[in-house]
Write a protein that binds this ligand. Structure first.
Ligand code: FEO
Length: 410
């Protein structure tokens, strides 16, 4: 019989301590981690998040010592990554009456990952509440913390926040409360933030606006320590760490265009830089002296280069400049390619090839995924015809990503 650990009245910790050196996001978690899950034993019993996929059966066995799984009314999935949703298949097989509660984006992900097409889902939207009989759950969407479908859950009566990945630590915490830890956990807390959350700090700042309106007495995250001492200190640390730490950055944007669509992309990228207090200089390279463009590139912290495509190639004078970049020392600068196109957009790929021959750090979708896990940011920025609708979002995501990289020294 496993020890029954309550974190509050009728709220049980039902997680898994993983004290291996855990391979995770290309890190090795030397101190291990925990996958925290919670059972709220109310009139409509509710499970919040599950455990890593490797421990699904063990999780359900443990849970079954506290409740008959068939009595479970709701399973809340705050985040679909399998270190938290991985126990769902085993749980759903036993909790046959449970409705799965998650964001709209999470539904197809959970259906596909765990073959749950036949199950009842309750889609919750930002600000929704759910009465679970004696307690009320309040949901706020927190996209990209850590992936797009993510939300957090707040129990109004107990004033407990269940934020899944947010406010976590990667420690195999046998003493699960931070005030019972054998050491100051601040360093582990900062390590976790830096490794997992910081690349998403634009969204951390949005989340901070959400949690500031909640009266939070305890944070019950899904990794590591439950925070019940110095709660506000730990929340405030996220505020401090997610601020911009660097100033006076410059971006040079150069382009050529046929119908003006690539110019529009250039202007949109420049606006994003300006909104983030980054100095942006734009050149239509067919209308200025090459020397002026090269001087600006030499001074810039990031260089964004775009062209329309005509007959599968770049247009205008751009290639002359790209050839010169190979001969310059541009170490330490970021670079990205973009462009509007109608058919295949070959010029954008040709620019990317040229950039890859320089010593700049060239942004690519692969680079973004490998360094941050983000799948919504794409480089090069390929826009079919005029920027509008989803393609505007593509430009916004790319521009924000560049700005965030430039403005953080972490
Ligand atoms: Fe702990 Fe994003 O998973």
């Amino acid at each position: 019989m496993m020890k029954d650990l309550k974190i509050s009245q009728d709220i049980h910790w039902i997680g898994k301590i993983d004290d291996r050196a855990v391979p995770f996001h290309r890190l090795t978690l030397a101190k291990g981690t925990t996958y925290n899950s919670y059972l709220l034993k109310t009139e409509k019993p509710t499970v919040i998040d599950t455990v890593d996929i490797d421990y699904g059966r063990e999780f359900v066995e443990h849970l079954s010592q506290l409740i008959d799984p068939e009595e479970i009314a709701y399973i809340v999935i705050n985040h679909t990554e399998p270190d938290h949703s991985g126990g769902l298949a085993a749980l759903a097989a036993r909790a046959t009456n449970a409705t799965i509660v998650c964001t709209e984006i999470a539904v197809p992900e959970l259906q596909e990952m765990y073959k749950l097409h036949h199950r009842n889902f309750l889609i919750v939207r930002d600000g929704d509440q759910l009465d679970i009989g004696g307690k009320t759950l309040y949901f706020r969407e927190t996209p990209y913390l850590h992936t797009e479908e993510t939300m957090i859950t707040y129990c109004e009566e107990d004033k407990i926040l269940f934020p899944c990945d947010i406010f976590s630590t990667h420690v195999a915490a046998y003493n699960i409360f931070n005030d019972e830890a054998n050491e100051d956990i601040t360093e582990d807390y900062i390590f976790y933030y830096t490794a997992i959350m910081h690349p998403h700090r634009r969204y951390v700042r949005a989340m901070m606006n959400v949690v500031k309106d909640l009266d939070i007495q305890m944070i019950a995250p899904s990794h590591g320590y439950i925070l019940r001492k110095d709660v506000q200190k730990f929340i405030d640390l996220y505020g401090t760490m997610s601020h911009d730490t660097v100033q006076d950055k410059k971006v040079t944007i150069i382009y050529t265009t046929i119908k003006g669509n690539t110019r529009k992309i250039s202007n949109l990228l420049a606006n994003i830089m300006t909104e983030n207090n980054i100095e942006a200089t734009i050149f239509n390279v067919d209308k200025v002296e090459k020397a002026e463009v090269l001087a600006s590139i030499q001074e810039a912290d990031a260089v964004l280069i775009g062209s329309s495509t005509r007959y599968a190639d770049m247009i205008g004078n751009l290639e002359e400049i790209l050839k010169d970049l190979k001969e310059m020392n541009l170490e330490g600068k970021l670079a990205a390619a973009f462009g509007s196109y109608g058919w295949s957009g070959e010029s954008i790929e040709v620019i990317q090839d040229y950039l890859n021959e320089t010593n700049m750090t060239v942004l690519s979708t692969s680079h973004v995924i490998k360094t941050t896990g983000m799948t919504h940011v794409e480089f090069p920025v390929r826009i079919r015809f005029a920027p509008k609708g989803d393609s505007l979002k593509k430009i916004e995501h790319a521009g924000a990503f560049i700005a965030d990289l430039l403005l953080s020294s972490l």
